[in-house]
Design a protein around this ligand. Structure first.
Ligand SMILES: [Zn+2]
Length: 197
């Protein structure tokens, strides 16, 4: 394979890009991923996007479908579930992802932090903490929340595939604004991944 000669990383990305051409966003994502089970611990101050916008979350939650094992990730559907900050007065402009497989929705495989603004914006917001600001701006694994042996590979997929899609980043920004606008006008959303039954 020609791509192999260029380097392992390039080969991976090329193969993954090919696989992703066949990926799709699943309308039934809510049914697949949000199984009430009591095993997911609530995340302080963060609430799932679907808790306020269930129908939009069903349409606009990004899923990656790997048709074959890739870069250490088994074949399967991986959903990137968005959680946003639940503090009405906070404007932190970030998203936290819980990544789960469709066939094992109870298990969080990775927890990823990402902020779409500049590193400078977050450095200011974090009172000069440059290191944390950089981690937010380039996306990173959350040190306090669940990870697995697949976490590094999922972070790579997030950085090299999802973040390369400007429309997707715009979507996150839009979801955040919607979420903030809604919370200013009502009671806090559930601070949990588990939906009301
Ligand atoms: Zn916030």
């Amino acid at each position: 394979m020609a791509a192999k000669r260029i380097g392992e990383r390039v080969a991976h990305d090329a193969a993954l890009s090919a696989a992703l051409k066949q990926s799709r966003e699943k309308l039934h994502v809510l049914n697949v991923y949000y199984v009430p089970n009591g095993t997911m611990k609530p995340l302080a101050h963060m609430a799932p996007f679907f808790s306020r916008f269930p129908e939009l979350a069903a349409r606009e939650t990004r899923t990656i479908s790997l048709l074959q094992p890739h870069a250490g990730l088994p074949a399967g559907d991986y959903g990137f579930l968005e959680l946003y900050c639940n503090e009405p007065t906070c404007d932190c402009r970030r998203v936290l992802f819980q990544v789960c497989r469709a066939d094992r929705p109870n298990k969080v495989l990775a927890t990823i932090n990402y902020g779409w603004e500049s590193e400078d914006f977050y450095a200011q917001w974090l009172h000069g903490d440059r290191e944390s600001a950089r981690e937010l701006a380039e996306a990173s694994l959350d040190p306090l929340n669940p990870q697995s042996k697949l976490s590094p590979a999922l972070l790579e997929v997030f950085r090299h595939i999802l973040l390369q899609d400007p429309a997707y980043v715009d979507r996150l920004r839009r979801h955040y604004r919607m979420f903030k606008r809604a919370q200013r006008g009502s009671a806090p959303a559930l601070t949990s991944s588990i939906p009301p039954v």
